[in-house]
Design a protein around this ligand. Structure first.
Ligand SMILES: *[C@@H]1O[C@H](CO)[C@@H](O)[C@H](O)[C@H]1NC(C)=O
Ligand SMILES: *[C@@H]1O[C@H](CO)[C@@H](O)[C@H](O)[C@H]1NC(C)=O
Ligand SMILES: *[C@@H]1O[C@H](CO)[C@@H](O)[C@H](O)[C@H]1NC(C)=O
Ligand SMILES: *[C@@H]1O[C@H](CO)[C@@H](O)[C@H](O)[C@H]1NC(C)=O
Ligand SMILES: *[C@@H]1O[C@H](CO)[C@@H](O)[C@H](O)[C@H]1NC(C)=O
Ligand SMILES: *[C@@H]1O[C@H](CO)[C@@H](O)[C@H](O)[C@H]1NC(C)=O
Ligand SMILES: *[C@@H]1O[C@H](CO)[C@@H](O)[C@H](O)[C@H]1NC(C)=O
Ligand SMILES: *[C@@H]1O[C@H](CO)[C@@H](O)[C@H](O)[C@H]1NC(C)=O
Length: 421
């Protein structure tokens, strides 16, 4: 038993003695029968989403979203022959990040909020039903450290979590990694240890999660378009900060994509005890989804890199943000999050299916060796920049970025569910 310093989780931890090898090599005909499995096996053949510590500032996010997409795939196709390889790959990705994430205060200072995207796989493999022993280097140890790193993360005066090292800056991007993990962690802890203190901790975590969502909303939302800018500076001193709200000037597709996925994935894990928050998040999600559907490019069906400046010179349809919107809209519909808005549900599904078709036709590349590539994903866009229009449209395109291809898997899984109905 290991007791965490901050959140006091009586965590039982799993010491893993693993020698996991990734499933590399040939793409089987079975894997090629679906976009999701084909892209997944291609990512695996490229050994992507495995942390080396040398892959730059977005390595933890790359691992985290790869784990999320592959885990969703394994859950959707439990009986496919390919699924055991997929699960082994998720495990090897979790193994690769675990040693980097054992120290909560270090994690909070050294990595952006994106680090938290890895928490799900770590929790999956340290479930209370597993055979657990305590010890450093363990998955549960990393999951607890990640949770505690939220308490060490620096915040602005309104309680908004800094995205990373930049004083007072909060970004939409961080929400995908923070929100669903933060809530899920507490729901599982409370289930494992049903005591009043844990029940209160869950509600506090849900409250804090909603507070983060809401701060970003109130600082960055453009009331006329309904879209949210990339982030805000609570001190209003950054060169790009709006003097009133602190908001950055542009609506960056992928950052809003992260935020949209965060809302849907958080709704999915919210406990029944949090119905008040469910209503608040649903209200935001319905409003945002409607703005996202309105912002779709009518000609192609994709979404622009700078979402609210369609057709401006240099702007283009970006393949990671577009896949994230397609996923969020389809999953949001499937889980009934537009239940009070049948028109929105139907336009959301149409837009997402059309968007996915466009992504498949335009950005999915069939390589001669049988793998799929994924094109059109912008590399990192940081607010540690001028944050001008020219900056966003001038950032390079990364071929085979998992930030795009893993989101494409998530969108494809939703499309495949519909096709199977
Ligand atoms: C991939 O998606 C496209 C667009 O939705 C679809 O037409 C195609 O049949 C899918 N491919 C496979 C292998 O399922
Ligand atoms: C397949 O070909 C692509 C494009 O040349 C390359 O990036 C990828 O690494 C190859 N995959 C394998 C498993 O050889
Ligand atoms: C955790 O990280 C902090 C901050 O970097 C450091 O001061 C501390 O010694 C570390 N703790 C352990 C057990 O390594
Ligand atoms: C749990 O661990 C013990 C001690 O290492 C081992 O004997 C036992 O077989 C394990 N049980 C399972 C279900 O893995
Ligand atoms: C969250 O907690 C704070 C502090 O207790 C409270 O003021 C706020 O109303 C809560 N938020 C919601 C949405 O209930
Ligand atoms: C808000 O959106 C509208 C419509 O897209 C746009 O004309 C306006 O410039 C935006 N305002 C800000 C502050 O970005
Ligand atoms: C990716 O897209 C760019 C821009 O359209 C194009 O120049 C490049 O050839 C594409 N790469 C592949 C492998 O299709
Ligand atoms: C922020 O940008 C400056 C100027 O380009 C650069 O020197 C610095 O390393 C960047 N900060 C981080 C944490 O990447």
């Amino acid at each position: 038993m290991r007791v965490s310093t901050q959140s006091n989780l009586a965590a039982v931890t799993l010491a893993f003695a693993l020698s996991v090898t990734s499933a590399a090599g040939e793409i089987t005909d079975a894997a090629r029968s679906k976009n999701s499995t084909w892209m997944a096996s291609s990512i695996m053949s490229r050994s992507q989403g495995i942390m080396t510590g040398k892959g730059g500032s977005s390595e933890l996010l790359q691992a985290g979203i790869t784990q999320r997409a592959l885990t969703a795939l394994a859950a959707q196709y439990p009986d496919d022959a390919f699924t055991s390889d997929v699960k082994a790959y998720v495990l090897s990705s979790a193994c690769s990040v675990s040693p980097f994430l054992q120290n909560a205060s270090y994690d909070a200072l050294s990595y952006p909020l994106d680090r938290l995207s890895n928490g799900h796989a770590l929790l999956d493999y340290s479930a209370p039903t597993d055979n657990m022993t305590s010890g450093p280097g363990s998955f549960a140890g990393a999951a607890v450290a990640l949770r505690d790193s939220i308490d060490y993360n620096r915040r602005n005066d309104e309680g908004g979590l800094w995205y990373f090292t930049y004083p007072q800056w909060s970004y939409l991007d961080g929400m995908y990694s923070l929100a669903p993990f933060y809530v899920r962690y507490h729901v599982e802890a409370e289930t494992a240890y049903p005591i009043p203190a844990w029940k209160q901790a869950t509600l506090a975590a849900v409250n804090d999660t909603y507070h983060q969502i809401d701060l970003l909303w109130s600082h960055t939302r453009n009331a006329s378009s309904g879209l949210l800018a990339h982030g805000y500076d609570a001190s209003r001193t950054a060169v790009w900060a709006d003097p009133d709200t602190g908001a950055s000037p542009h609506v960056w597709g992928r950052s809003l994509g992260w935020y949209a996925m965060a809302l849907v994935d958080t709704l999915e894990v919210l406990p029944d005890s949090a119905s008040e928050y469910r209503d608040l998040i649903l209200e935001k999600w319905n409003s945002l989804a409607s703005a996202v559907v309105k912002a779709v490019d009518p000609t192609t069906g994709g979404w622009w890199q700078i979402l609210d400046e369609p057709g401006r010179e240099g702007n283009y349809i970006e393949s990671s943000g577009s896949a994230m919107f397609a996923y969020a809209l389809l999953k949001g519909t499937r889980l009934g999050y537009f239940a009070t808005n049948a028109d929105l549900a139907s336009t959301a599904v149409d837009a997402a299916i059309r968007g996915h078709e466009y992504l498949t036709d335009t950005f999915v590349v069939r390589e001669t060796n049988g793998t799929l590539g994924y094109n059109g994903t912008v590399s990192v866009c940081s607010l540690n920049s001028t944050a001008t229009y020219e900056y966003y449209v001038g950032q390079p395109i990364n071929y085979n970025s998992v930030l795009g291809s893993a989101a494409y898997i998530l969108a494809s899984l939703e499309v495949e569910r519909l096709a199977a109905l």
